[in-house]
Design a protein. Structure first.
Length: 86
């Protein structure tokens, strides 16, 4: 004989008895939960440098990359312009 406390303690969802839409919704929810868990572990602020000097170096590095990308874009545009005149 099952008691109500046993039913609550060992509550289980039998996915075979669910309608396909409900089982699909549970599956999508599970995938989203895992994706957010991995994202939270990999991409959150604990990867950010805590040291002020390291943070400044990272900011300067990002600024330098941005400037280099702008210069590269400008140089390629000038090369294309020059090649078009020939």
């Amino acid at each position: 004989m099952y008691h109500s406390r046993d039913y609550i303690r060992y509550w289980d969802i039998d996915f075979q008895e669910l309608p396909p839409a409900a089982a699909g919704a549970f599956g999508v929810f599970g995938l989203l939960l895992m994706a957010f868990l991995f994202w939270g572990l990999l991409k959150t602020r604990h990867t950010r440098p805590r040291d002020p000097e390291a943070r400044e170096r990272a900011r300067a590095r990002a600024e330098s990359r941005r400037r280099q990308a702008e210069l590269r874009k400008r140089r390629l545009a000038l090369q294309r312009k020059k090649a078009g005149r020939r």
